[in-house]
Write a protein that binds this ligand. Structure first.
Ligand code: ATP
Ligand code: MG
Length: 755
């Protein structure tokens, strides 16, 4: 295993217990805590089980002892830490102000750590070193700069690598000597780990994109930009990938960057992928800010796994933070969206999890009232059974269950609307209770439809009162493990997409959203569930996107300007857009920017899957002409003709037009047939026919041209299953990109990045 070494200050930190300004009067103090950026870094490396050591100097005093004991106990090699008989160990006294700023009294330059020298022990440690990490503030004297430069040469001549975190404020960089030392480090390092605006501090370029090319041009192979609670973004010559931060309550920001750096570097040295390394590093940063004391928040893999699996997360908080990045409008509150996967097809679910894993993100999977309910729905699945089916897929591919967020869509009386209202609502209550009890966190209350003897569409006050009734049930079913977040609003087409051809599509009027919102607020208060109203995260609206069998209504931002502006009147909320399937990539991105932050997609995913399966069917036919007897398409045709219930009343036109629509319609009603035994058998037969020998490249080029270059480059295996998964992921990648903050969009995280 590669030994990681760093060089620089070891200090103690002493913290004022109360907040206030500086140290001009006596205050209660807490400490000494082991500290110093390089020391925190190397302690974090040790906690991850990687061999490591530090070059430094401490005084012959208790402050030195506290540090050496901690580092040594955690597994850091401290043989190159000299003990100075003449100088005291460095120290920093810190007092937090009310606004979170900090006042410091430092004793660093004139402390033992300023006396660090090149000793035999240093030579010995650097001989063993395979990776050297440099932290900008450690370069505070000409002697230390010289030593660091020599250390870099030594490590590089042994074939090792170097990482560099500037960790420095703008003002300091104005000093020409410091600037040239930092610039030299940047030019010599392999991995550059700036945070926020540090990216452009040492470059000619002032725009981030230009700075990235400039830095990569220097020979730096990887850049990781840390972005506080937002997470981090990785750049290399092949592209960019981002990973979101983990939601925690920030207690003490000191050391987050060092723990992040140490974890990212260690994970990469241990051969983990960029995505996994970013996820672990974000978890290490999150843990560090969640724990008081500079070095107290370093973590083992077990602790990071616990945080990543959400064991320590506040229930419901994941969803809120996922969805409400734009809340508060503070710095970093860039528009960002969430993809909601509305499909029960196991291949689609697997593709969504694989994509989420590559993105370092959670996956949101939703079921609808007709499909899954306490009586079974048309899939025969209860909410608990659907959850278990999703979890089985997660377990099979090693996707952490806690990264699965489940949602229930259109929960209300819809499946029982033929009954009198009271009877239908009693069923809706039982359904909502079943969803919440099974751990579904995102609950869309949709009570706008009339029941027996009522108008089709109910007035706001009645709808809201019924929604509040369901919220009462949901709150009662909520537990410590699940705190539901609600979505309200109903101005959407019926579940499953539009029935008739779209002629005129109305964008929701801002006044209508305001009225819906206000009616729900009042009804929730009247029902005694004001707190549940605080958990409303989104309102479903029609931004002007829809599709029918053969048409897609593409988002026209100018039609939604006023609707988008109405969000300002609903602080903390986002809009949810349904039927975003088949929208062009730039329209999805624009929807997110305009506040339609939850993008639901379903038929578009099974559509992509069906295309891939039919392409594989053609490949099988090309390989053996007698395959046509077993053809998947022919089997699906037989199945749909034998059981016309899911298409007949939906697909209009001459029999020949209906035949085409059965297979090739944006509504993709063929998706209802994949679960049938005959269809499953036909798909299995196809996959079996094409498994074994690999599919010849020319046939992939002919029938699955979009995947061809990935197959030839080796990024995707030419197995039928992997090709189908990849086809679905291509749709999901467009969503992933649209859901990023605008400044990080445009570089789809392709398979090249999931190394
Ligand atoms: P430092 O102050 O230690 O130098 P930094 O400025 O280098 O920190 P930040 O971007 O503040 O780096 O934080 C580093 C990483 O820690 C982030 O990329 C993120 O993963 C995590 N992190 C920081 N703040 C938070 C937070 N409030 N919530 C969750 N994660 C956080
Ligand atoms: Mg930093």
């Amino acid at each position: 295993m590669t030994k990681v070494v760093t060089l620089g200050e070891i200090l103690v930190e002493i913290v004022a217990e109360g907040r206030g300004d500086g140290f001009r009067q006596p205050v209660h103090l807490l400490g000494p805590f082991p500290s110093g950026a390089p020391a925190i870094f190397i302690d974090q490396v040790a906690k991850l089980g990687q061999p490591c050591g530090i070059v430094s100097c401490v005084g012959d005093d208790d402050f030195g002892w506290v540090n050496l004991k901690r580092l040594g106990d955690d597994g850091v090699d401290v043989k190159a830490v000299e003990i100075s008989p003449a100088y005291p160990t460095g120290s920093a006294f810190v007092r937090y102000r009310d606004n979170g700023d900090r006042d410091f009294v430092y004793n660093i330059k004139n402390s033992a750590c300023g006396q660090v020298r090149w000793t035999d022990a240093v030579s010995e440690l650097l001989e063993e070193c395979g990776h050297l990490h440099v932290s900008g503030p450690s370069l505070f004297s000409a002697r230390i700069i010289e030593m660091t430069t020599k250390a870099i040469e030594s490590v590089k001549s042994n074939g090792g690598t170097v990482s560099f975190d500037p960790n420095i404020r703008k003002e300091v960089v104005r000093d020409p000597e410091v600037r040239s030392a930092l610039a030299a480090m940047l030019a010599r390092c392999d991995t550059f780990l700036p945070s926020g605006e540090e990216l452009t501090l040492l470059t000619e370029a002032s725009a981030p994109e230009a700075a990235i090319s400039e830095i990569l041009g220097l020979g730096v192979t990887a850049i990781v930009v840390k972005d506080g609670a937002e997470g981090a973004t990785y750049h290399d010559a092949d592209g960019t990938s981002s990973a979101p931060g983990y939601p925690v309550d920030e207690v003490d920001p000191t050391g987050a960057g060092d723990c992040f750096d140490a974890t990212f570097i260690t994970c990469r040295l241990q051969g983990r992928s960029v995505a996994e390394s970013l996820a672990y590093a974000n978890a290490a940063g999150a843990r560090a800010v969640g724990i008081k004391g500079p070095m107290e928040g370093t973590s083992s893999f077990a602790q990071l796994d616990a945080l990543r699996s959400g064991a320590d997360a506040v229930p419901g908080k994941r969803l809120t933070s996922l969805i409400s990045r734009r809340r508060g409008g503070g710095p970093g509150a860039e528009p960002a969206g969430v993809t909601s996967v509305c499909s029960a097809h196991p291949v689609v679910v697997e593709a969504a999890m694989r994509q989420a894993a590559a993105d370092g993100a959670a996956v949101l999977i939703e079921a609808t009232c007709n499909q899954v309910n306490h009586q079974g729905g048309y899939t025969g699945l209860t909410p608990a059974a659907f959850r278990d089916q999703v979890y089985r897929t997660a377990d099979q591919i090693g996707f952490p269950r806690r990264h699965v967020i489940l949602g229930g869509d259109h929960l209300g009386p819809n499946p029982w609307r033929h009954l009198p209202a009271e009877a239908a609502l009693a069923q809706a209550e039982a359904m909502v209770a079943a969803y919440v009890t099974a751990g579904y966190e995102k609950i869309h209350l949709d009570t706008s439809m009339g029941c027996q003897g009522e108008p089709d569409h109910l007035a706001d006050p009645v709808t809201a009162e019924r929604a509040a009734r369901l919220a009462v049930v949901a709150e009662a079913a909520a537990s410590a493990a699940t705190a539901p977040r609600y979505v309200i609003g109903t101005e959407v087409p019926v579940p499953g997409g539009s029935v008739t051809e779209i002629e005129h599509l109305e964008v929701t009027r801002p006044a209508a959203v305001a009225a819906t919102f206000e009616a729900h607020r009042q009804a929730f208060a009247a029902a005694g569930v004001e707190a549940a109203f605080e958990s409303v995260i989104a309102v479903v609206v029609q931004p002007g996107v829809e599709f029918d069998d053969r048409n897609v209504v593409v988002y026209q931002p100018e039609r939604a300007v006023e609707l988008s502006a109405a969000l300002a009147g609903m602080p903390g909320l986002v809009f949810e857009a349904h039927s975003t399937d088949y929208q062009p990539p730039q329209s999805l991105a624009r929807l997110v920017d305009d506040g339609f932050a939850i993008l639901k997609v379903g038929p578009g995913l099974t559509f992509a899957l069906r295309e891939a399966l039919y392409a594989l069917d053609q490949i099988a036919t090309a390989l053996s002409p007698d395959w046509s007897e077993h053809s998947l398409m022919a089997e699906m045709e037989r199945e749909m003709l034998a059981h016309p219930g899911y298409w007949q009343s939906y697909y209009r036109g001459e029999p020949d037009q209906q035949r085409v629509l059965r297979h090739f319609s944006y509504s993709d009603r063929v998706r209802y047939y994949w679960a049938s035994p005959a269809a499953q058998e036909a798909v299995q037969r196809l996959l079996a026919r094409l498994s074994g020998a690999s599919i010849p490249g020319p046939l992939i080029s002919q029938f699955l041209p979009a995947l061809y270059s990935r197959v030839t480059s080796g990024a995707v295996d030419p197995t039928p299953r992997d090709l189908a998964l990849e086809a679905v992921r291509d749709v999901l990648r467009v969503y992933t990109d649209a859901c990023r903050p605008a400044k990080t969009r445009g570089q789809l995280s392709g398979p090249g990045l999931s190394r």
